[in-house]
Design a protein around this ligand. Structure first.
Ligand SMILES: NC(=O)c1ccc[n+]([C@@H]2O[C@H](COP(=O)([O-])OP(=O)(O)OC[C@H]3O[C@@H](n4cnc5c(N)ncnc54)[C@H](OP(=O)(O)O)[C@@H]3O)[C@@H](O)[C@H]2O)c1
Length: 328
């Protein structure tokens, strides 16, 4: 795999694909059993992958535990991201949830135990709770960095203006800089292009793009009547379809015939071409093998242009007004 710097602010070299672990484990009732999960982890690192994303909430802690067992013999070789705010509990108490510092401090200790490590490389607030002052979160990250428990903090599912404020506050106060944002990004979810991606570029933050296959939709399998998350685990797929999927899948299928790759591989390669680190979420070793093929595809400009056009979204105000004014 061709390693890339993880944002402009970290100097860490990461594989172009991040292995997501929401489906590693089966405590939630849907996912891969532990043996299959271990095969996925093994195949990913054998292929050169060095970055694994998890959360205390995935499979109610089982995902972190499986990763902890896997990385214990060569912890330093892997970049591990995890998240807090939802907890590992199946019935989280009110006080334990949220992006506040109490939740952060409690959760990081539990994640470190499950991950069988003394530090988490990228630690993210999983969901913005809309109430915790952003200074409280960044100060919490600063203390965890100073204590050697995390290397970089970051934000997932958080409005761009909140992350921009966090990055600025950290900079002005001499606190540890943020490392990354994590957001949903795919051919069916391009709304981060309005604010989140330009913000990440301005602050040099790495972008971890989750659900690059829109939960499996972009493999084109549902068109063929196959079963999957959308049919077996309803509600677990969220993407801004806006009626685009038929058009986009048509082009993916066409391009896959021309390039000798699967539609899903092309969808993931498209996300890589946008400078994002896609987080893949295979549920089996066979799906992983297919997903990994994306790392060696270099899409031609013509294919990217066609996919861009089919998946185009309105950037809205003020971007469209400014674009019209700035045109030569
Ligand atoms: N920060 C957040 O809030 C957040 C939210 C969501 C995800 N994430 C992260 O991002 C990761 C990936 O998310 P995701 O699972 O939604 O990614 P995705 O790549 O869009 O979807 C993965 C799913 O697509 C299906 N699939 C994958 N390859 C396939 C193939 N070759 N053929 C047929 N079906 C295939 C599988 O589902 P089925 O076989 O079950 O249909 C698989 O679980 C997660 O594991 C997690 O680490 C983060």
């Amino acid at each position: 795999m061709k390693y890339r710097y993880f944002g402009r602010g970290t100097g860490i070299k990461a594989s172009p694909l991040i292995l997501g672990s929401g489906m590693l484990g089966n405590v939630s009732g849907y996912g891969s059993p532990p043996d299959e999960a271990k095969a996925i982890l093994t195949d990913f690192v054998v292929a050169g992958g060095n970055f694994i994303d998890t959360s205390d909430a995935y499979q109610f802690g089982q995902s972190e535990t499986l990763i902890g067992e896997f990385i214990s013999s060569c912890r330093d070789d892997y970049i591990i991201s995890s998240k807090y705010s939802r907890t590992a509990s199946q019935k989280p108490s009110v006080a334990a949830q949220g992006s506040h510092r109490k939740a952060m401090v409690q959760s990081v200790e539990a994640s470190l135990r499950r991950l069988n490590t003394d530090r988490i490389d990228i630690y993210l607030a999983h969901m913005d709770d809309g109430a915790t002052p952003i200074e409280e979160v960044v100060r919490g990250f600063e203390d965890l960095v100073s204590a050697g428990k995390i290397i970089f903090g970051g934000f997932s599912n958080t409005p761009a203006w909140r992350v921009a404020k966090a990055a600025t506050v950290a900079d002005m106060r001499g606190w540890a800089p943020l490392g990354a944002v994590q957001l949903e990004y795919s051919l069916l979810q391009r709304t981060p292009e309005r604010e989140l991606l330009p913000m990440a570029d301005e602050f040099g933050l790495a972008v971890m793009g989750y659900s690059p296959l829109a939960g499996g939709v972009l493999t084109g399998k549902y068109r063929k009547g196959e079963e999957g998350r959308a049919t077996a685990f309803k509600g677990a797929i969220s993407h801004n379809d806006a009626g685009l999927s038929a058009k986009v899948i048509d082009i993916l299928v066409e391009a896959s015939e021309q390039l000798g790759a699967s539609p899903g591989q092309i969808a993931i390669a498209w996300a890589i071409s946008k400078g994002v680190f896609p987080i893949i979420g295979p549920r089996s070793a066979a799906q992983l093998e297919d997903n990994l093929g994306a790392a060696s595809i270099s899409l031609d400009n013509e294919t990217i242009k066609r996919l861009d056009a089919a998946s185009e979204i309105s950037l809205g105000y003020p971007h469209e007004l400014l674009a019209s004014i700035r045109q030569p």
